[in-house]
Design a protein around this ligand. Structure first.
Ligand code: TYD
Length: 215
């Protein structure tokens, strides 16, 4: 496929270094001459950022699992219509930190909500806008949480869930990738940051047909 309009999502458990890698990927694609939109979930719009505040703050709201899934999906509905779809429409490459598969992994795998209901909600929220490439940045849960807890300012409500929750999230991500290898690439992130960056570039070149854009 052509890189223009390619929708790339980085997914994975906590501490895999997604945000660093998303920034590196976006910068690299820009140096190749592509128009790139870098964004993240939950968030990416003023509405999404307001919803993110509800989702990630301390536990006092006692969010029901269903509420959590719907708020993640509501933020996504706004994100698709205000940012992602318009960017694809003008031929930009979209680099997004988390998307529908985080809902399947966290609210489905982690919290145990039924996948078929989550899929219905995602169909409605996204209007069928799905990634061209899903990159799973994988690592053992204890390694990811140790990295995360090294930076107390970064720890949110979901990070503090029990380790068994995070194990179910990782298992769900690996299952999603295994079930749809044409859409996913799995990268081990226990290696160096530069090695992960190189593996992501190789995957994007291969799957999105990245090329030096002509001037
Ligand atoms: P964030 O601080 O952005 O973490 P990360 O750097 O790991 O992406 O927090 C986002 C949290 O929201 C993260 O714990 C994953 C969670 N999440 C869900 O549970 N469901 C979702 O659909 C999305 C998009 C995120």
């Amino acid at each position: 496929m052509s890189a223009d309009g390619c929708f790339i999502v980085l997914e994975g458990p906590e501490g895999a270094g997604k945000s660093v890698q998303a920034t590196r990927l976006a910068e690299w694609l820009r140096t190749l001459g592509h128009n790139v939109i870098q964004t993240r979930e939950p968030g990416g719009t003023p509405t999404g950022d307001a919803i993110r505040g509800i989702l990630l703050q301390s536990d006092h709201l006692h969010l029901a699992s269903e509420t959590e899934a719907l708020l993640m999906s509501a933020a996504r509905a706004q994100h698709v219509r205000q940012v992602i779809a318009p960017a694809i429409e003008v031929g930009a490459i979209v680099v997004c930190d988390r998307y529908v598969d985080s809902t399947y992994a966290y609210q489905g795998g982690g919290l145990g909500l039924p996948m078929d209901r989550l899929r219905e909600i995602q169909a409605f929220a996204t209007g069928g806008v799905l990634p061209d490439l899903r990159i799973l940045l994988d690592l053992p849960v204890e390694v990811g949480l140790a990295r995360r807890h090294g930076d107390v300012d970064q720890i949110n409500r979901i990070d503090r869930a029990p380790i068994e929750f995070h194990e179910r999230v990782r298992t769900a991500f690996l299952g999603l990738a295994e079930a749809d290898p044409a859409s996913w690439i799995v990268i081990d992130t226990t290696v160096s940051i530069d090695e992960v960056t190189a593996a992501i570039r190789a995957a994007v070149s291969d799957r999105c047909g990245v090329r030096e854009a002509s001037l």
